[in-house]
Design a protein around this ligand. Structure first.
Ligand code: NAI
Ligand code: MG
Length: 359
């Protein structure tokens, strides 16, 4: 029997609530499938750890994660620790340390869920946003001088390298090629940002020649937001910089009903390092401890993780169970329902148990 080593990092806020739900669903799935096992080790890293140890994870943290097949991550962020400390100390430390340069964010309207957009049917909103995840606006280059003085200055420099841009664009073309519509939209701001963003345009043009079967479009990021709202069907796969794609994917999730349903994979496509899978939402201070966090994004995250591990039959079963429960109306308050995290989790476990065996 195949065994996979899974590192769980629940993190802060609702992170532990949704990761615990996700692990329950994975247990139910493993029990049903019977063909593989998950050896899960949980790491207590995050803001509580920071308050006790002064760091978000131990200095050998990456070294300890190195041996795992995948990382299942909740969220980080707390009212007690500044956001840039929590983000850079854990999530970005893992993404950048493990060269997880491709961040993949699918968004789809689940059955039974109403989009805040009027007149949008399920098939109209089916996107994948590919986010450059290693450089750009999150390169960490910059600094502050003359702190606190009137002449204080701060710089936040975006870094775009030919290697970095080429690999993410090629990844996006490959992904677009595997989807039925085979359409890729490049999103930049190359009218105003005339160096880095123009480099993106040029490399996109070069690589497009290698993918004659993928149709392409270009859009400025501001115009892209209105296209997402007004003409959702005209988009399929979108590729954008670290910051732009981060913003667009929260919009995408909201248009699909809630931040609570969206999943993301931080991939090291070459498999030199483990990849990391997480719901896109944060620690959601306003609902922590209430038992109403939507676990669906964390379940959808598990679907992406199983696909990455090569367990596509199990991934499809879990995806089907999520859809069954979504269509049945068992849903948390963020989607207009009254169910708790535990009730949605139990419903998905029951849907797995009731699903037909493999043909
Ligand atoms: P957030 O995603 O935590 O919450 C935004 C809104 O969406 C809140 O009203 C929240 O209740 C709701 N929401 C989010 N996930 C939900 C779920 N599963 N079920 C139901 N409702 C849900 O974003 P916010 O408020 O900007 O950030 C809170 C903290 O999380 C900050 O410290 C921030 O830095 C951190 N953060 C961490 C991320 C990560 O670990 N990847 C991503 C985004 C934010
Ligand atoms: Mg975000």
């Amino acid at each position: 029997m195949k065994r996979y080593k899974l590192a769980a990092i629940p993190g802060d806020g609702i992170g532990p609530e949704v990761i615990s739900a996700g692990l329950q669903v994975l247990d139910a799935l493993v029990a049903y499938e019977g063909s593989f096992a998950l050896d899960v080790e949980t790491f207590p890293w995050g803001s509580d750890y920071y308050q006790r140890h002064g760091v978000m994870m131990p200095s050998d943290g990456l070294h300890r994660l190195r041996a795992f097949d995948a990382i299942y991550f909740g969220a980080v962020g707390s009212l007690e620790v500044p956001d840039h400390v929590t983000l850079w100390g854990l999530r970005l430390a893992i993404c950048q340390g493990f060269d997880q340069y491709a961040n993949v964010r699918p968004t789809r309207l689940l059955p039974g869920i109403e989009s805040p957009l009027r007149r949008v049917a399920a098939g109209d909103l089916d996107w994948v946003i590919v986010r450059e995840n290693s450089e750009g606006e999150y390169a960490g280059q910059g600094g502050r001088t003359h702190r606190g003085l009137p002449e204080e200055v701060a710089t936040e420099v975006s870094i775009f390298t030919r290697v970095g841009v080429t690999r993410i664009l090629r990844f996006a073309f490959e992904l677009a090629r595997k989807r039925p519509r085979r359409h890729l939209t490049l999103i930049t701001k190359s009218n105003a940002q005339r160096h880095g963003m123009v480099l993106w345009d040029e490399i996109f043009q070069e690589i497009a020649g290698e993918f004659p079967d993928v149709s392409t479009a270009k859009e400025l990021v501001d115009a892209a937001t209105q296209r997402m709202v007004l003409k959702p069907r005209s988009l399929d796969v979108m590729v954008a910089t670290n910051l732009h794609a981060d913003i667009l994917s929260d919009l995408a999730a909201a248009l699909a009903g809630s931040l609570g349903v969206a999943a993301t994979a931080n991939l090291n496509p070459e498999g030199r390092f483990p990849s990391m899978f997480e719901p896109i939402h944060g620690s959601a201070f306003d609902i922590v401890g209430k038992g109403i966090a939507n676990p669906v994004g964390t379940f959808a995250t598990a679907v992406m993780m199983l696909e990455h591990l090569g367990e596509s039959a199990a991934a499809a079963r879990l995806s089907g169970a999520i859809e069954t429960v979504s269509a049945s109306g068992v849903r948390t308050p963020d989607l207009g329902g009254t169910a708790t995290t535990a009730q949605v989790t139990a419903a998905v476990c029951a849907a797995i148990a009731a699903s037909p065996p493999h043909a």
